[in-house]
Design a protein around this ligand. Structure first.
Ligand code: MSP
Length: 533
């Protein structure tokens, strides 16, 4: 490893590893879009990034899904996995690793990890009695259940009674250590409401949990007792570690942990918080490994105000959505319209209105008409004026000079909606500015320098907006950059990294007087429907 690589900041993040009992739903798309935006933002900062996603393929839920179609579990998984890969492609997700829990390297990592925890004396045999939800792959407390022994999350599914010999993990032993950890690292669980949930759960007293199953073949055999298979969650969480292996390196824990561990951010939905914020750190403590930096639990999506689900008959197919509206539109709506961490709703009329207002009108039209004015009112291919000629009182420059910092903080806090709002505020102010300044009238009055000042300020603001929005709408941002005369495609990681870092392009005043502007073309076409005039 050379010196540059050593000093470079790294950032590793994960999406959950999705169950393959079915093709991906919009919930999986939501987390993955957010993860990709975070990854792209860190790449803009010049960090070396590793975005991990993948699939969780063992356990009873998958075994039964395969069985119901008369397929062998592996064959069934192999048929579902490509639907995830192709959705990530459609959504323009730049992941670095795709971790499958059925990979042979994963089994080796799980065995080694299990042995460490076993040696520590943290695994023992016991009798497991309780209610199990196969859809959650989780035991439930009697008091959590709905009427008719139904699961509170999968409300149409009944839980099943289990009474069997299992291996247990000594979670209770880590109660104090976990509490001390949460105190010393107040940022570990985010947002704050989720942290409180976890603290309250832990303060009720932690119970050991079973980490093996008998009578279930579809899993990794327990190394000390192959009649058992490992509990799907014990296996799945470790696939985050497996994903860190370099493609050709031997599957050992030491190799996996060498470069990227500890992971900086686990992005998950709120339903799987306990696994990531309680079980996972305790497992790592037992294995004497450093803990991840942060777990962020986002909210749930509803459709037209209703819980989404097959039984409700109101699923939202992410593939149809992207094919109808494009990846940037879908990415933008979910990140701009929903506060990350809170529940949020999808409504197609609102979706179309937001896209038309923000992307087609406010941003796209602004660029288009300003570029046309440059062609009309200026000689040459660009605006023959430089940033230095524009004083700091210019309202767009005044906002633009501090915007980069504000947006950076919003991305760092995963407040995507705030990032978008702050950027849109510059765009809206630019629209107002150009209308008020009326460069067409200034031109008629022969005030050429004033015309150029207005056009420069607006174009530069559009450029800054495009740069700062590029983690969310990379295609539109690239189109804008190209029309502004930059040979930059935000989907091209190598070229983007040559932008000389966030500090230079995230500030106002980058456009130069020698910039050769491109042909004006709509960057986002207004969506026309019968409902939205
Ligand atoms: N396999 C486990 C994760 C193991 S990670 C080591 C799992 N998979 S899942 O496919 O069921 O869920 C994946 C993610 O989708 C979870 O983060 C969950 O919160 C999210 N969502 C499922 N339905 C959702 C919505 N309706 N809205 C938003 N996210 C939702 O759990």
């Amino acid at each position: 490893m050379n010196l540059v690589e050593k000093t470079e900041k790294t950032f590793a993040l994960t999406t959950p590893l999705y169950y393959v009992n079915d093709v991906p739903h919009v919930g999986s798309a939501y987390t993955t879009i957010a993860a990709d935006a975070v990854a792209r933002f860190h790449r803009l900062l010049g960090h070396r990034v590793l975005l991990i996603t993948g699939t969780d393929e063992h356990g009873q839920k998958i075994e039964r899904s395969a069985e119901s179609l008369g397929k062998a579990p592996q064959e069934f998984c192999d048929q579902i996995v490509p639907s995830f890969i192709s959705l990530w492609e459609l959504l323009n997700i730049q992941y670095d690793r795709f971790s499958r829990t059925t990979a042979s390297s994963h089994e080796a990592i799980v065995k080694e990890f299990f042995e460490r925890v076993w040696e520590k004396g943290d695994i023992y045999q016991g009798q497991q009695k309780g209610w199990y939800c196969v859809s959650c792959e989780e035991f439930k407390e009697e008091r959590e259940l709905l009427e008719g022994h139904r699961c509170p999350i999968h409300t149409n599914k009944e839980v099943e009674w289990r009474d069997e010999q299992n291996y247990f993990f000594r979670l209770s032993k880590y109660q104090r250590q976990l509490e001390e950890f949460y105190q010393s690292r107040p940022d570990f669980i985010q947002p704050g409401s989720r942290r409180n949930e976890v603290l309250s759960f832990v303060s009720q007293g932690l119970q050991d949990f079973s980490i093996s199953r008998v009578n279930l073949e579809w899993g990794i055999p327990v190394p000390v007792d192959p009649k058992h298979t490992l509990y799907v969650w014990f296996d799945a969480l470790l696939a985050y570690v497996t994903a860190l292996l370099e493609p050709n390196s031997e599957a050992t824990l030491a190799n996996a942990l060498e470069t990227w561990w500890p992971i900086n951010l686990h992005l998950i939905g709120k339903d799987i918080l306990r696994f990531h914020a309680v079980y996972w750190p305790a497992m790592l403590m037992s294995a004497d490994l450093p803990l991840p930096e942060k777990v962020f639990g986002h909210g749930f999506l509803t459709k037209d105000g209703q819980k989404m689900g097959k039984s409700q008959g109101n699923t939202l197919d992410p593939v149809r959505l992207v094919k109808s509206y494009g990846s940037d539109a879908v990415r933008y709506y979910f990140l701009k319209e929903i506060e990350f961490g809170k529940d949020g709703d999808f409504n197609e009329v609102r979706f179309i209105n937001v896209l038309n207002a923000d992307l087609a009108n406010d941003l796209g039209n602004l660029l288009n008409r300003t570029l046309n004015m440059v062609k009309k009112y200026c000689t040459g291919d660009g605006v023959p004026i430089a940033n230095e000629a524009i004083n700091d009182e210019n309202p767009l420059k005044a906002i633009g000079l501090s915007l980069g910092q504000e947006v950076k903080q919003a991305y760092e806090a995963l407040a995507f909606n705030q990032a978008c709002e702050a950027i849109l505020m510059l765009v809206r102010t630019s629209n107002k500015f150009i209308d008020e300044q009326a460069p067409w009238s200034l031109y008629k009055l022969g005030k050429q320098q004033e015309v150029e000042t207005v056009l420069y300020a607006v174009l530069e603001s559009v450029r800054l907006a495009a740069y700062l929005l590029s983690p969310i709408i990379p295609n539109i941002s690239s189109a804008i950059y190209q029309q502004l005369g930059f040979g930059i495609d935000f989907n091209d990681q190598i070229k983007t990294s040559m932008l000389a870092g966030f500090a230079s392009h995230a500030t106002w005043g980058v456009l130069t007087s020698t910039q050769s502007l491109g042909k004006p073309q709509p960057v986002f076409k207004r969506i026309e429907t019968s409902k939205n005039h």
